[in-house]
Design a protein around this ligand. Structure first.
Ligand code: ACO
Length: 427
């Protein structure tokens, strides 16, 4: 194949170079398009637009492949732990034991939040959605850590990264504790990253928290599966906000807000609420399948479909298996797991879903595991954010190290042409 794309506009032909990725994906480099032709491209939802070149995550939606820095998600979920994966995503290589120990020790040094942040948390009503609270508190960290990151200094960049890796789980746990009226607490240097998260979330003020290895493994796996997913809505948000040289915490706070929406990370909460509604309505999955296919009905089968996967989401396969195992290990029997499996079976055989290549995505089964672990539904998307944190950091770091220009799309204007001002108010 030639390495040139030709574009004809009217009588003129223009040439643009092709760029190849390491997995042979082809892109047309249109950096000079407007300057040479006067035209721009239009691509709502960026369905065909590559916003950057990235060496972090590879995803093949047709084949159902997901790899972080070249490692298959199946192997990472099976053999690695979350902090190891976080290090891999952010710094590009798996850590040695020594590197990982130092990384974690540096994170622990930063795992304390200014006590005044508690006053901000205190001002939120108890029924505030935890994602709104988390986004605000993450943004507030900027005020408590005002010095901007010098991205030309490896050391400065590293300090900002361990700071947020340390403080974020504390904020996550506090959003839950605030909701439940429990005193705010801290973890312990004696515990691992995931153990600390569970302890900070669930420890009762008058009791020891007994760590359950099944819960630790399940959470570890869920966090790994959510850790990065190339240029999705929230990650693109983090990169675009960061491209204005806004700080890391401000960029992350914007990413959390983007993740909240039910078409993105908020789907895990929406799935569980949907499954509960189907159960309350007698468990008639066929009725809801019909609703999902009815173009006059806004109902969508939450947890189904994906912008990029036109095959099984590999994360969904892993999570479905984990859901069975975790529920069995914890001795939990949840009727909505059967409803979910029934919906999946029907959808995979239904022409509407087959034609549109709609498969279960990562969030179809994750909520069932979170609930079995005792995590309230409103916290599900917060747990997703906790997992996605290293991915957002890695993408922000890559964007700043590559000195990418400010993100600023063009548009095609469709409003009025010039019209003279004739006021409608009698003065
Ligand atoms: N239920 C019913 N129909 C669906 C669904 C669904 N869950 N998802 C897509 N479709 C249909 C659309 O109606 C459309 O049909 P049409 O061609 O007849 O008009 C077709 O499939 C294509 O759908 P789009 O919305 O154009 O696909 P897009 O790539 O823009 O959206 C998205 C992807 C947002 C994930 C969508 O599938 C959806 O809304 N799913 C439910 C929400 C969800 O689970 N989100 C989590 C995604 S994973 C994540 O972010 C972590």
């Amino acid at each position: 194949m030639s390495d040139i794309a030709k574009l004809q506009i009217g009588e003129s032909t223009y040439e643009f170079p092709l760029i190849k990725g390491t997995e042979n994906e082809t892109a047309i480099d249109i950096k000079t398009l407007r300057d040479t032709t006067g035209a721009v491209t239009i691509d709502p939802g960026f369905k065909n637009t590559g916003s950057c070149q990235s060496a972090i995550t590879f995803l093949d939606g047709e084949k159902g492949i997901l790899r972080y820095r070249g490692y298959a998600i199946e192997e990472l979920a099976e053999k690695a732990d979350f902090l190891e994966v976080a290090y891999l995503l952010i710094f590009g290589e798996l850590p040695t034991e020594e590197q990982l120990n130092k990384f974690y020790s540096d994170i622990l040094d930063q795992a304390i939040v200014d006590d005044d942040v508690k006053k901000i948390l205190d001002a939120f009503p108890k029924n505030a959605h935890p994602m709104g609270v988390l986004s605000s508190l993450t943004s507030a960290l900027t005020a408590f850590n005002p010095s901007s990151v010098n991205v030309d200094s490896e050391e400065d960049m590293y300090k900002a990264i361990v700071k947020i890796m340390g403080k974020f789980p504390v904020l996550v746990a506090w959003t839950l504790r605030k909701k439940q009226g429990l005193p705010l607490n801290y973890g312990s240097r004696k515990l691992g990253y995931v153990e600390n998260i569970l302890t900070m979330m669930f420890q009762k003020p008058n009791d020891e928290y007994e760590l359950n290895p099944i819960m630790i493994n399940a959470l570890d796996k869920l966090l790994i599966l959510h850790a990065d997913h190339e240029q999705n809505c929230s990650t693109s948000t983090v990169r675009i906000v960061g491209s204005s040289h806004a700080g890391l915490f401000a960029s992350l706070s914007a990413g959390i807000s983007a993740l909240w929406g039910p078409l993105h990370g908020g789907a895990n909460q929406a799935v569980l609420e949907m499954l509960e509604a189907i159960k309350a309505d007698g468990g008639d999955t066929k009725k809801y399948m019909a609703k999902a296919k009815d173009k006059n009905d806004p109902f969508r089968l939450m947890g189904f479909g994906h912008r990029v996967y036109k095959n099984f989401d590999p994360r969904a396969r892993i999570i479905k298996k984990a859901a069975d195992e975790v529920l069995a290990d914890l001795g939990v029997s949840d009727p909505i797991l059967d409803i979910a499996k029934g919906l999946e079976r029907e959808a995979l055989e239904d022409q509407y879903f087959v034609d549109r290549k709609l498969y279960p995505n990562v969030d179809f089964y994750s909520g069932i595991i979170y609930r079995a672990m005792g995590i309230p539904v409103e916290m599900f998307t917060v747990m997703f954010a906790l997992g996605r944190l290293p991915g957002w950091i890695a993408q922000w770091r890559e964007m700043r190290l590559r000195k990418e220009p400010i993100g600023r799309p063009r548009q095609v204007y469709t409003g009025y042409n010039y019209r003279p001002f004739v006021g409608k108010i009698n003065k």
